[in-house]
Design a protein around this ligand. Structure first.
Ligand SMILES: NC(=O)c1ccc[n+]([C@@H]2O[C@H](COP(=O)([O-])OP(=O)(O)OC[C@H]3O[C@@H](n4cnc5c(N)ncnc54)[C@H](OP(=O)(O)O)[C@@H]3O)[C@@H](O)[C@H]2O)c1
Length: 127
């Protein structure tokens, strides 16, 4: 029986929100298993630094792609980039999201709530 590492080696994953937190943790596990991982987020400095750290593990490969998941054209460009660069896409981790400041519903602006839905709900659907 093949080990999980043997199954993952050489495969490609896209992880949105992969420059910090849970997404970064997923990216580390995938790269350690020998996968090619494209991490995507808005902040380029944090993304490039995360990719550098993960490449230093010397196992799989990690590339940062700047993307705002609330914009479907950017998510499409992200997926096209991954397929173009690594020739395949096996896994997409739609992790990008955020928790807004806690307000009573009556105190939350419509724009703020729309941004939550655009990121946490629509961003996942685009992926
Ligand atoms: N931690 C928890 O206890 C918990 C509990 C339940 C659910 N979650 C969910 O799990 C996910 C990860 O949580 P976390 O704790 O790891 O959060 P985190 O450390 O704040 O990371 C969020 C990630 O999402 C990215 N992101 C946010 N908005 C984005 C957008 N519009 N486009 C692209 N990337 C975006 C951020 O990068 P940029 O800012 O650079 O774009 C960052 O990489 C989130 O969806 C969160 O809501 C977390």
């Amino acid at each position: 029986m093949r080990s999980i590492e043997e199954e993952m080696k050489g495969k490609t994953a896209v992880i949105t929100g992969g420059n910090t937190g849970i997404g970064y943790g997923c990216a580390k596990v995938f790269v350690e298993a020998g996968m090619n991982v494209v991490i995507a987020a808005r902040r380029e400095d944090k993304g490039e630094k995360a990719a550098e750290e993960l490449n230093a593990l010397g196992k799989g490969e990690c590339t940062f792609f700047q993307c705002d998941v609330s914009d479907h054209t950017q998510v499409k460009a992200l997926v096209e980039f991954a397929v173009e660069k690594y020739g395949r896409l096996d896994t997409m981790v739609n992790n990008a999201g955020y928790n807004p400041l806690h307000f009573d519903a009556c105190d939350m602006s419509i724009e703020s709530y729309q941004q939550v839905l655009a990121t946490n709900l629509m961003g996942e659907f685009y992926g």
